[in-house]
Design a protein around this ligand. Sequence first.
Ligand SMILES: [Zn+2]
Length: 86
Amino acid sequence: MLLIPCPWCGPRPENEFHHAGQAHIARPEDPAAVDDATWAEYLYLRTNPKGAHAERWRHSHGCGRFFNSVRDTVTDRIASTTRPNA
Ligand SMILES: [Zn+2]
């Protein structure tokens, strides 16, 4: 079982967490001002790298907080976890 280090609670088993997608996706400041292609890109297009990937996770069965991580998609090894806005 994968141990994920929550920035607040420390290492916990993976079944306490939910994956929340790619990290650092910026919402357009004025959604009504962007065209459909830009809005669709914001909603649906994500990277799918082989290797290091910035992700969001939620410690849903612990503190309930969201945090960012860098996980290697090949080995599942988590290089780092950080609090949002850190
Ligand atoms: Zn936690």
